[in-house]
Design a binder for this molecule. Structure first.
Ligand code: SF4
Length: 361
């Protein structure tokens, strides 16, 4: 088992390395040792923070925890759990891949084997479907449509793309997004697995723990109270930008819209809010909001975690609640904490007032 396998456990080579090691899976899960702990951490971290957490120092533990994590996800057997887990695995893999590509120091190359772009493309049978061009890449249209089918954002829609000779043009930095999606599809491929009783029984407690995490998230999604002054600072700032009619990037627009749907706002209420400025056409806003809500898409989207908000520069004005109470985990945790802390009579739902424009402060 090589470090490269542990870094990218979804590769066919990594899977072959696990098979060649002839690991006794039943014995491994009965032992409930570091492999199972790390597997459980991969899944709960994905649910709570959108991250599978830091790699274990042992290559063997890190690599074996991946198939065990897929078993755990299969036993939980909830679509949102599978999706969030696959996305977190893909996000970590792409981040490692990008870091290693940008790290040109001799030390780095001596220390770790690298995965090249051509190897990664070959892994997903993309070699013939992706051609490098002067400013980016050209992707065969069928492959493009398959990879973007679950991606949110107008910029991925075919009508907003340059299409020529059956190929779609993408900018250089957008290739990571497509590869991340390919990895996510690979991770969730075949899930849920059919798990024999001898493997499932010793994992019952771990599965229960993951279900509990999911249940906590469901509670969060049932908040259904709109008190803008209790919003986390990041969402207050985004809302402020919306109301000033400032242009928001699609990630920011996604974040605030998914936050508002998650706390119980209807599409019409969000449209009213966004129509405060002229930059949001009603039709487009309705399309985006219904898509996020899961009415016109197979997925009900939740707002991004703090880690994702930070990576897109949307985490602003962090305060002590962010740092000390919710450990920079999730904007919804911040809001839930604020609602729990407030006196009941302080919480006046914006919708019970007279429908004036929301003012965060
Ligand atoms: S730490 Fe999280 S909740 Fe706080 S501002 Fe940043 S993204 Fe928002």
């Amino acid at each position: 088992m090589k470090p490269l396998h542990a870094r990218y456990p979804f590769l066919a080579d990594s899977r072959a390395a696990v098979e060649a090691a002839e690991v006794d899976l039943v014995g491994l899960v009965r032992e409930d040792g570091p492999v199972v702990s790390r597997a459980s951490e991969r899944v709960t971290g994905a649910l709570r923070e959108g991250s599978i957490g830091d790699a274990h120092r042992s290559t063997r533990v890190e690599l074996l925890s991946y198939p065990v994590a897929r078993v755990l996800v299969s036993l939980v057997d909830e679509r949102i759990c599978t999706r969030k887990y696959a996305n977190a695995e893909a996000s970590r893999a792409i981040s490692l891949f990008s870091t290693s590509r940008n790290d040109t120091t001799e030390l780095a190359s001596a220390r770790t084997e690298r995965l090249s772009l051509s190897e990664l493309l070959a892994e997903f049978d993309l070699t013939d479907a992706v051609d490098e061009s002067q400013d980016g890449y050209r992707v065969a249209v069928g492959t493009y449509l398959r990879l973007v089918s679950d991606l949110w954002g107008d910029e991925w829609r075919l009508v907003n793309r340059t299409l020529a000779d059956g190929e779609v043009f993408i900018a250089r930095e957008e290739l990571s997004g497509l590869l991340e999606e390919a990895i996510s599809q690979r991770v969730s491929d075949g899930l849920p697995l059919s798990v024999p009783e001898g493997v499932a029984a010793p994992l019952e407690d771990r599965v229960e723990e993951i279900r509990k995490t999911l249940a906590e998230m469901d509670l969060t999604r049932e908040i259904d109270t709109v008190v803008p002054e209790r919003f986390p600072p990041c969402m207050k700032a985004l809302l402020d930008s919306v109301q000033k009619g400032e242009h928001l990037g699609h990630h920011s627009r996604f974040a605030i819209t998914a936050f508002l749907t998650s706390i119980g706002m209807s599409t019409d209420e969000i449209i009213d809010l966004y129509m405060v400025n002229s930059g949001f056409g009603e039709e487009m806003t309705r399309y985006q909001t219904d898509h996020i809500r899961g009415e016109t898409s197979p997925t009900e989207y939740t707002p991004p975690s703090c880690a994702t908000m930070q990576s897109y520069g949307d985490c602003v004005n962090k305060d002590e609640i962010c740092e000390e109470e919710i450990n920079e985990s999730h904007p919804l945790n911040y809001y839930e904490y604020q609602l729990d802390e407030a006196d009941e009579d302080e919480l006046v739902d914006w919708r019970e007032e007279d429908g004036e424009a929301i003012t965060p402060d």
